[in-house]
Write a protein that binds this ligand. Structure first.
Ligand code: IPM
Ligand code: MN
Length: 353
């Protein structure tokens, strides 16, 4: 297969983990005989500094022209601490989502046995938890009408039927490929937008008779994720609820630094780690590249290249088992490995496989 990849390294540790993602991608393509080419483009604070826009038109063109985007991270404290800043790196992320029509954000919540002890939950509660959160990504409060003056402010949580239908369709398709259990998360006891979500879901459910659909209020879902994360298989929800629940989901596994994600929709899909740009670690060669490397696995799987994805997952598990780990998950007394060493170990494993 021929693959044209747009690479957006972004800020902080972004460029370092991006390099390892690309190295793994090259190794896999070489092994399986795929032809891959890369086009690098600016985004985030880096793009603001260089061209004054966190998602420049040129970057948009590069993304549109590619088969997939390999994204790393954006964000820089100099903007977080400046409330007067007119442009922010995060706006680049939102612009990318909107312009590429990335309405479905797929965030797997899975555990790695060797990291269970890092979970804030009891071992028996979290071991074996494995679900996917599907977050609607281009609607709701993030993009609805906004107003702000010194006395009053609001954000509008608007959703249309087609927006709800298309994300539910994605969720049902995932559920069909998994354990056939879908939980629709909303706040239908209070919000009109949630009532429309629930109405549309109830209309669609009979089209998927094999899937057990249940409906859960978001407050209850937040609690259930902690009390009984194994209850969930596929969860689908609106933008804001999904933002909050996926942070909760990633942290209960103890493996936040290892979780990748995919955003798909109308145009080029984007694959990225769930974690942020960790500016304090920039240049120190300590950032864990595994979430980025696993986003490369998700990229291959998106194109139905299952063996390629499986080999990356196998290599990642082998690196963890061999204790080739970055400092934050290193077992005491183990050898020190940095970002590049972990990446290189995985590349070598793939070459030898
Ligand atoms: C995420 C992030 C973004 C979001 C921010 C950086 C705008 O938290 O991808 O979850 O809230 O969507
Ligand atoms: Mn978030």
């Amino acid at each position: 297969m021929k693959l044209k990849i747009a690479v957006l390294p972004g800020d902080g540790i972004g460029p370092e983990i991006s390099e390892q993602g690309v190295a793994v991608m090259n190794a896999v393509c070489e092994k399986f005989g795929h032809e891959v080419s890369y086009q690098y483009a600016l985004c985030g604070a880096d793009a603001i500094d260089k061209v004054g826009d966190p998602f420049p038109e040129e970057t948009f063109k590069v993304c549109m022209d590619a088969d997939a985007v390999l994204f790393s991270a954006v964000g820089d404290p100099k903007f977080d601490n400046d409330p007067t800043a007119k442009v922010r790196p995060e706006q680049g992320l939102l612009a990318m989502r909107k312009k590429l029509g990335l309405f479905a954000n797929i965030r797997p919540v899975e555990t790695f046995d060797c990291l269970i002890h890092k979970s804030p939950l009891k071992d028996e509660l979290v071991r074996g938890a494995d679900f996917i959160c599907i977050r609607e990504l281009t609607g709701g409060m993030y993009f609805g009408e906004k107003y702000q003056d010194d006395e009053k402010a609001y954000d509008t949580n608007a959703y249309t039927r087609p927006e709800i239908e298309r994300i539910l369709k994605v969720a049902y398709e995932y559920a069909m490929r998994r354990r056939k259990h879908l939980t629709v998360v909303d706040k239908a006891n209070v919000l009109a937008s949630s009532r429309l979500w629930r109405q549309v879901a109830k209309e669609m459910a009979p089209q998927y008779p094999e899937v057990e659909t249940d409906y859960m209020f978001v407050d209850n879902a937040a609690m259930r994720m902690i009390q009984d994360p194994k209850f969930f298989d596929v969860m689908v929800t609106e933008n804001t609820f999904g933002d909050i629940l996926t942070d909760e989901g990633s942290c209960i596994t103890g493996s936040m630094g290892l979780l990748p994600s995919a955003s798909t929709g109308e145009h080029t899909p984007v694959f990225e780690p769930i974690h942020g740009s960790w500016p304090q670690a920039k240049g120190l060669n300590i950032a864990n590249p595994l979430a980025q490397i696993l986003s490369v696995a998700m990229l291959f799987e998106y194109f139905n290249l299952k063996e390629e994805g499986a080999l990356i997952r196998k290599a990642v598990n082998a690196s963890l088992d061999a204790n080739v780990r970055t400092p934050e998950i290193q077992v005491e007394g183990g050898e020190r490995y940095g970002t590049t060493e972990v990446g290189q170990w995985i590349v070598d494993y793939i070459k030898k496989a």
